[in-house]
Design a protein around this ligand. Structure first.
Ligand SMILES: [Zn+2]
Length: 151
């Protein structure tokens, strides 16, 4: 867990350093004439961390366990940020102003589908890949949620 914490810290630091560059490169992600809210910022940080984690996992820099743990942490943070952002935008104004972040929304949908595709153990909270019948950490049988079955 210390390693995961360190990785998160590194991710945040790297993001903070790269933020101006990223903001310049992905200009459409910036709302027109508006600073991104804190929730939007957290959302972006989470999604970038997720991307980093997947990249490092693909590169073999991150072990399976670390990757799963990191992904769960980031996903939880991302979902929290998404909810906070939804509340903020609802509070801010009754309707949307300017373009919505379609790219970002698509990524969020991916995060969400990944979360619903895999199962968090009801006993210990360990994330298990889709199709798992038992928790790989504690062995508790997993009840698959109502996902569509291949026919
Ligand atoms: Zn478990």
């Amino acid at each position: 867990m210390v390693l995961v914490g360190a990785l998160l810290l590194v991710g945040i630091t790297v993001f903070a350093l790269l933020q101006p560059i990223i903001a310049g490169k992905e200009a459409p992600l910036r709302s027109v004439g508006e600073e991104p809210s804190e929730a939007q910022f957290r959302k972006r940080v989470s999604l970038l961390q997720l991307r980093d984690a997947e990249y490092e996992y693909a590169m073999g820099k991150l072990g399976e366990e670390d990757y799963q743990a990191l992904r769960q942490e980031i996903s939880v943070e991302a979902l929290a940020a998404i909810q906070a952002d939804e509340i903020e935008s609802r509070r801010g104004s009754g309707e949307f102003e300017g373009p919505t972040d379609l790219e970002l929304e698509a990524e969020i949908a991916t995060v969400r589908s990944r979360l619903s595709g895999g199962f968090f153990c009801s006993n210990c909270g360990h994330p298990n890949p889709a199709g798992s019948r038992f928790c790989s950490d504690c062995g508790t049988p997993i009840q698959a949620p109502g996902t569509s079955k291949p026919s």
